[in-house]
Write a protein that binds this ligand. Structure first.
Ligand code: ADP
Ligand code: ZN
Length: 613
């Protein structure tokens, strides 16, 4: 057996070399036309200006060939949205009097000649496939002691044969499991149920239970949604096809829908499997908000059709991710579609510690690093954020030639991440420095007088990233709930920068635009999600669709808008009051900032203590 294989490999090698030589030296007859790829818009342009006179379409193909009858030395190749779209367009041109000619072939018509021309390439491909599969076989053998392997499912070979697959990524059998997902215990428990649906559908059918075939994961970016989807596939022992909603939003009508079709066709071939759609909102956003976007509708409708088509067959489970579930078209969340929603939370203290441990496993740390403590100081970080933090810390440690990563490296990495990279070499005008100092001192001073705002860590007027300066607060507490008082005071703190500019400089800059955005968003959330406004009452508008909103009436809706404005305005007034009242303390901090650029939280506390006396 071994001998035969050896001989076979030798034969393959010889054949392969022959094929390569053939491919290199063989030139088809010189007068054969050259092929030139053109874009779809060029294609349309060339039809319009008469450069293209003959078009060859093939039913079910995503490419078309085109030529000029007078100059047959070039064949233009173009990727088309669909045969129907193109033929309709050309028919309309013909109707307008264009002399362009259209041929639509029913099926593959590869003539013997063109097959011969492709022979060297075919041999090369065959050789490659052979070598790769024997490589895969060897590899697998080494790994699991020579069990039989199913080559067609290997990730190496499948990718070789696919042409238009650049919009998704598929893994023959997901190797990710729940062990690779740290924390998220509740979420994993819920998803374990989905795994059970996939593995034992009969169990549920016996009880007449309908099995969901669409699961929606709702959570911030970087919280591990993609990872979880792959882990579900891994736990169920099936394949996973991952794609993103944004891949289906195209300029050309019909491309999105045809991609959905080919995606599901591929999935059917690989079934049982999971299709993972990241950013589903890109293609499944509320149709109301995109009135007139017919491309969008087509794509979404195609997705709905496909999902309805395989409902009840359990061979394909679609998992979609979004961080704006409220913006999804209600048609998507109807029974039989994404009817199961799982919220993926930002990791809590314990979760963060576990994630840090998991991603810290392959890195050296010295004794100053305590993951528990680090977890404590990274409230609000996502899993991806924590992974990135450790990575940045490792880079800092290497740059400083440390033997292991220490806490200072991590702190430096944290600063870098939170406010972007330190800018070097930009010359800042004195006026700009003053403006930044006033703005940041405004945030800082206001927060000193607000009970619920965490202690200041550092205020700085050196620009980093897109921010001119920054005010950092300690991150100490880990909490799942935030009180109304805290949110209200956060608004005041956010408006502190703008208020100080206004009072001290008598003018405001474009600087606070981000503060205002965050403040408005916060006020909005307080009213429509948390029911924190006394007049509107404890009503949540979360996930409400247009029709749901109708029951509240225009008056309620417009008063929500008024309330948001009122809340932010009130916060600004409060901030201004605090600043006017404690103007001397603000001026002191501004001067200190201009002098030192960075002022620590301790220093500010000392100033504060002296001021209070
Ligand atoms: P999302 O899809 O929610 O944006 P991803 O799944 O792409 O997030 O997460 C990006 C990366 O962050 C993952 O590949 C993983 O390395 C890391 N990560 C995120 N959450 C976790 C977690 N709970 N446990 C371990 N790693 C995580
Ligand atoms: Zn600001």
């Amino acid at each position: 057996m071994k001998k035969i294989r050896k001989k076979l490999r030798l034969l393959a090698l010889i054949l392969g070399i022959a094929a390569i030589l053939f491919a290199i030296f063989y030139r088809p007859a010189d007068n054969s036309p050259v092929e030139q790829e053109i874009s779809y818009s060029q294609f349309i342009q060339m039809i319009d200006d008469g450069t293209i006179t003959n078009i060859d379409l093939q039913q079910g193909e995503t490419h078309a060939k085109a030529q000029n009858a007078e100059d047959t030395s070039v064949i233009y190749l173009v990727e088309i949205p669909s045969v129907t779209v193109v033929s309709e367009y050309i028919q309309s041109k013909i109707a307008e009097g264009s002399s362009v000619e259209l041929t639509i072939d029913e099926q593959e018509s590869s003539s013997g000649l063109s097959f011969l021309l492709l022979l060297p390439q075919l041999m090369l491909i065959l050789y490659l496939v052979f070598m790769i599969s024997s490589f895969v076989r060897m590899f697998k053998k080494g790994k699991n002691g020579g069990s039989s392997s199913n080559i067609p499912n290997s990730p190496f070979t499948t990718s070789l044969f696919n042409n238009d697959t650049h919009f998704y990524e598929k893994t023959a059998k997901s190797t990710v499991t729940f062990k690779d997902v740290a924390g998220l215990d509740e979420e994993k428990k819920e998803l374990m149920e989905v795994v059970d649906f996939i593995k034992h559908p009969e169990k549920y059918q016996k009880f007449g239970a309908k099995i969901p075939n669409g699961v929606l994961l709702d959570g911030h970016p970087g919280t591990g949604k993609t990872l979880l989807a792959k882990a579900v596939a891994g736990e169920a022992g099936i394949a996973c096809i991952a794609t993103s909603g944004s891949e289906f939003v195209e300029m050309y009508v019909g491309v999105g829908a045809s991609r959905i079709r080919s995606l599901f066709k591929e999935a059917e071939k690989m079934a049982p499997c999971i299709i993972f759609f990241d950013e589903i909102d890109a293609l499944g956003g509320n149709r109301d908000h995109n009135a007139g976007a017919s491309e969008h509708n087509q794509t979404l409708n195609q997705l709905l059709t496909e999902m309805d088509g395989f409902a009840g067959k359990h061979a394909i489970t679609v998992i979609a991710a979004t961080n704006r579930p409220e913006s999804l078209d209600p048609a998507l969340t109807r029974p039989g579609r994404f009817d199961r929603k799982i919220t993926i939370h930002l990791p809590d203290l314990k979760g963060r510690e576990e994630i840090l441990r998991l991603h810290g496993k392959n890195k050296p740390f010295d004794e100053t690093v305590d993951f528990r403590n680090l977890a404590y100081n990274t409230a609000g970080f996502s899993g991806a954020g924590l992974e990135n933090l450790l990575n940045e810390a490792a880079i800092v440690a290497v740059r400083k030639q440390h033997n292991a990563i220490n806490m200072d490296d991590i702190t430096e990495a944290m600063m870098k991440i939170q406010v972007g990279l330190k800018k070097t070499g930009r010359i800042i005008s004195e006026a700009e420095r003053k403006l930044t100092a006033v703005h940041e001192a405004g945030h800082a001073i206001v927060s000193l007088f607000l009970e619920t705002q965490a202690n200041l860590k550092e205020v700085c007027i050196i620009p980093r990233g897109s921010a001119g300066g920054y005010t950092l607060h300690d991150t100490v507490e880990d909490k799942n709930y935030i009180s109304k008082k805290e949110l209200t005071e956060r608004l005041v703190c956010l408006l502190g920068g703008k208020a100080a500019e206004d009072i001290v400089l008598g003018d405001i800059s474009t600087g606070p635009s981000n503060d205002l955005k965050v403040a408005t968003q916060t006020a909005r959330d307080m009213i429509i999600y948390y029911g924190m406004d006394g007049d509107i009452g404890p009503i949540s508008f979360a996930g409400a669709s247009r029709t749901d909103l109708d029951i509240f009436g225009e008056k309620t809706l417009s008063s929500v808008g008024d309330k948001i404005a009122e809340m932010v305005k009130k916060a600004e007034e409060d901030a201004k009051k605090l600043i006017t009242e404690h103007r001397s303390l603000l001026d002191e901090l501004v001067n200190r900032l201009l002098e030192k650029e960075t002022v620590s939280g301790e220093e500010i506390n000392e100033m504060f203590a002296a001021y209070k006396k």
